[in-house]
Design a protein around this ligand. Structure first.
Ligand SMILES: [Mg+2]
Length: 407
């Protein structure tokens, strides 16, 4: 049976989530970004109106305001986006049990053999898009193909609200004309190497001598050759959180940076994401690692061992320590942070993000208060130093209710 794979990708996810509870931003340029008051935060998602002004993800807010003085800025609320993501995944689960979540805002679905139930692939995709829109007031793009790689490439072709089929038979016409750098998985470094080899388009890559690619780029060369020819056998693998070895996030910056304070604000956003994810799956880790890639493509990773944690403040403050120890004047291109070293001994039962435990017993109450005090101090210090977007971070990690966390 021919495989059918979808990649469902939510459009401008964070800001679209915000629009569901702030309908007044509809049609106006708006972004989700940290620290609006000081204008030192970074843009996490821009809506399509803001993108028309040239505003991009990871752009520093000050720069975004220069491009669009009337820009609406909403501070990030990761708990809310996780909840929305869960709701999206629930809708997707009603179409197939074989789902692999690739990030907070996208997932692969193995739809092989679903025709009887959901109709043709395009009919099923239209239905998914319609349900997500009607039930959640969010939009997605869907790529359809016979493998994960082509489905991902297809989903990128028409945004927003696009449904694109890209079967292997269509690749010469639809995919080969694209720049080699557009191939999913090809970073700037590899794209530069390909350019040096005279490979500019995906077509160039697909028709290049395979042995030469392998000799120049090793295993990656072979992988790229296979992908450019539309070959990908990897299965859609439902996420198995028991096997989770680490939780990490990284971001390629929209411009090279040398300012450590800016790097810290990037690290804060990443740490928040890592902490929330670890917490969601009941994971506490003992190793915190940062990775830095420089503009000369050299990279560096540094790690530190800490008592088992999933708290954003721990992840962030360790990340900052590592960053301060290793910061030089060398311009930075990419920053990442991860939590690993999970140990079953330290795994508590699933900590719910959305339903916090009720504690009645008096001792528990005391313990809770002490923890809260410590945490509040830490939050206060970080907040004073780096601005307001950290506040939600700390409170969502302690298990406060929303009301308590409001200023
Ligand atoms: Mg995505």
């Amino acid at each position: 049976m021919e495989r059918v794979v979808f990649l469902v990708d939510m459009n401008a996810f964070y800001i679209s989530c915000e629009q569901t509870r702030h309908p007044e931003i509809g049609g106006k340029p708006a972004v989700v970004a940290g620290d609006p008051e000081n204008r030192t935060g970074i843009v996490l998602t821009a809506n399509y109106e803001a993108r028309k002004y040239g505003i991009k993800t990871t752009m520093i807010l000050r720069e975004a305001f220069r491009l669009c003085p009337g820009l609406i800025v909403i501070p990030p609320d990761h708990r809310f986006y996780s909840q929305k993501s869960k709701e999206v995944m629930e809708i997707l689960s009603s179409y197939t049990p074989v789902i692999e979540q690739n990030s907070i805002d996208e997932a692969w679905l193995d739809m092989t053999g679903c025709e009887g139930l959901s109709g043709s692939p395009v009919e099923a995709a239209s239905d998914i898009m319609k349900r997500i829109n009607q039930e959640l007031n969010l939009w997605c793009s869907i790529g359809i193909s016979e493998n994960k790689f082509l489905a991902k490439m297809a989903s990128e072709m028409k945004k927003p609200h696009g449904i694109t089929q890209l079967w292997k038979k269509d690749i010469q016409e639809k995919m080969w004309p694209l720049p080699a750098g557009n191939l999913y998985g090809v970073g700037k470094q590899t794209a530069a190497k390909l350019h040096n080899m005279g490979i500019y388009s995906i077509r160039d890559l697909a028709l290049h001598d395979r042995a030469n690619l392998i000799s120049m780029l090793g295993k990656t060369g072979d992988e790229l050759y296979m992908l450019a020819n539309g070959n990908d056998d990897s299965p859609v693998r439902p996420n198995a959180y028991d096997d989770m070895k680490s939780v990490g996030r990284s971001v390629t910056l929209s411009h090279d940076i040398t300012d450590i304070e800016y790097a810290k604000s990037v690290l804060l956003e990443l740490s928040e994401d890592v902490g929330m994810t670890a917490r969601k799956y009941g994971k506490k880790g003992r190793t915190i690692q940062i990775s830095i890639k420089f503009t000369d493509f050299k990279s560096m990773t540094r790690q530190m061992t800490v008592p088992p944690t999933c708290l954003v403040k721990d992840i962030y403050s360790t990340g900052v320590k590592l960053l301060e120890k290793n910061w030089s004047k060398k311009p930075v291109r990419l920053l990442g942070i991860s939590l690993s070293g999970f140990d079953n001994e330290y795994e508590s039962e699933q900590l719910s993000l959305f339903k916090m435990p009720e504690i009645n017993d008096e001792n528990h109450e005391k313990e809770k208060n002490k923890k809260t005090d410590d945490l509040e101090n830490a939050i206060f210090n970080i907040r004073t130093k780096y601005g307001s977007s950290i506040i939600k971070t700390g409170t969502s990690a302690t298990g406060y209710s929303e009301e308590n966390s409001k200023k």
